[in-house]
Design a protein around this ligand. Structure first.
Ligand code: ADP
Ligand code: ASP
Ligand code: MG
Length: 411
């Protein structure tokens, strides 16, 4: 008998009909002899609505109360699925994060899981119960409700799979797996049969929101095979697993984009030791993460410094940097929220040369200006004007031969 954790995303539980469909899938797996834990998201659009309400009530909603509000969508879906399963004649029980408990730190809005006590779930499983757990939420050591960051139900599922030593974690969503790029903006996108933890980590952190980055970190750390597939059909999905030789052959395996970042430029910063530390320290203290950083060559002892933060943090970051810039004698601070980060990812980049120059050429041929560049061993990212996002993704996908046609021709 296998222990399986299944997670269903927002579109998969969007209404009662979809929830009944999920119940049917869960029951099929249960009847095949599996012990089952089902993790659910809120109905699609629900968390956005709750975030909107919190912001209507307050310009910077306080973390603790914010999480109390935005975690409620999942409470509704787990109750509904447990009811649907009972209607079908099965034992089912819903559990919220604090009832498991899933213990996190106190970083409201983006809490990290610190521990999961699997005893209550295992006791229910032994009674033959299908356990339905609310995704996205946890509880800190003071008993406060926390949330795991947008898309966090994926992390709930994989972390539960690790804690319960499950045999498989299935992530059910609205596409058939992990594709070479977002299939919703590129018709030519091709489904990958398998993708390594490392590539998936890069793709997720660079914007492929099909899996939350943190869930892939858990999967890699605890070696949990994760199957991403559709809840709308029975097509085979994508297995996220350890890297093998076959995977290394492809230089570029995916193209991603992220429209959730904004750019801040600090102009004519006096160029002296310690200035970067002075600029970024207040951001760190405010819990704001900086992603890309570019510093220009110094002219007459002054330099320009540009960096990106998430759009959610933009207003706060801009205010903080304006103050610091004044204190250190910088000339001005400019913000730009109309940017997107487009990236190419591939484990094979380690052993292939010329990938970066090809990327830059492809973008320049389309007249797309590159505003910032960052690279790692297996990815190259460029910041461009947001209006070119889809175009950039499509031309890169095409240029690196990721489309369906190219693969068919190879065969
Ligand atoms: P869920 O609500 O099921 O968690 P999400 O909306 O969070 O679903 O994630 C699925 C979406 O991820 C897809 O609809 C697709 O638009 C997007 N996506 C972005 N990049 C990729 C990719 N490389 N492969 C598959 N889906 C992707
Ligand atoms: N409902 C949460 C969100 O929209 C968590 C999730 O869907 O994974 O971000
Ligand atoms: Mg998601």
């Amino acid at each position: 008998m296998a222990l399986v954790v299944q997670k269903y995303g927002g579109t998969s539980v969007a209404n009662i009909e979809r929830i009944r469909h999920v119940a049917g899938r869960a029951v099929n797996s249960y009847n095949a002899g599996n012990s089952l834990v089902v993790v659910l998201s809120a109905m699609s659009g629900e968390t956005n609505k709750l975030v909107g309400l919190a912001h209507d009530a307050s310009e910077f909603p306080i973390g603790r109360e914010y999480d109390v509000i935005i975690s409620t969508g999942e409470q509704v879906t787990v109750g509904l699925l447990a009811l649907a399963l009972k209607e079908m004649g099965y034992k089912a029980k819903s559990l919220l994060g604090h009832q498991v408990p899933i213990v996190t730190d106190s970083q409201f809005g983006s809490a990290r899981i610190e521990g999961i006590d699997g005893a209550r779930i295992m006791a229910e499983i032994e009674k033959g119960t299908i356990v339905v757990v609310a995704g996205f939420q946890g509880v800190d050591t003071d008993g406060n409700i926390t949330t795991l960051g947008r898309g966090g139900s994926d992390t709930t599922a994989v972390a539960l799979a690790a804690a319960l030593k499950a045999d498989l974690c299935e992530i059910y969503t609205d596409v058939e797996g992990v594709y070479t790029t977002d299939p919703n903006i590129c018709q030519d996108a091709r489904k990958l049969n398998r993708v390594s933890y490392d590539e998936m980590l890069e793709m997720a952190s660079l914007g492929a929101k099909v899996l939350q980055t943190r869930s892939v970190e858990f999967a890699k750390k605890y070696n949990i095979p994760v199957m991403v597939r559709s809840s709308f059909n029975d097509a085979p999905g994508t297995l996220v697993c350890k890297e093998d030789r076959e995977m290394e052959k492809v230089a570029v395996s995916g193209v991603t984009y992220n429209k959730d970042e904004a750019k801040i430029s600090v102009l004519r910063v006096p160029d002296r030791p310690g200035i970067a530390a002075r600029l970024f320290r207040p951001l760190t203290e405010a819990g704001i993460n900086v992603d890309m950083i570019v510093q220009n060559i110094s002219h007459d002892a002054h330099t320009d410094l540009t960096f990106t933060v998430t759009k959610t943090d933009f207003k706060r970051a801009f205010k903080i940097i304006k103050e610091t810039a004044g204190e250190i004698g910088a000339m001005d601070v400019i913000g730009d929220t109309n940017i997107a980060k487009v990236s190419i990812v591939g484990a094979g980049m380690r052993s292939h040369a010329g990938i970066a120059s090809k990327m830059f050429e492809v973008l320049s041929k389309e007249g797309i200006n590159i505003q910032m560049i960052s690279t790692s061993e297996i990815k190259i990212s460029c910041v461009v004007d947001i209006k070119y996002t889809e175009l950039a993704v499509r031309v890169l996908h095409d240029a690196f031969g990721l489309g369906r046609e190219e693969i068919l021709e190879e065969r």
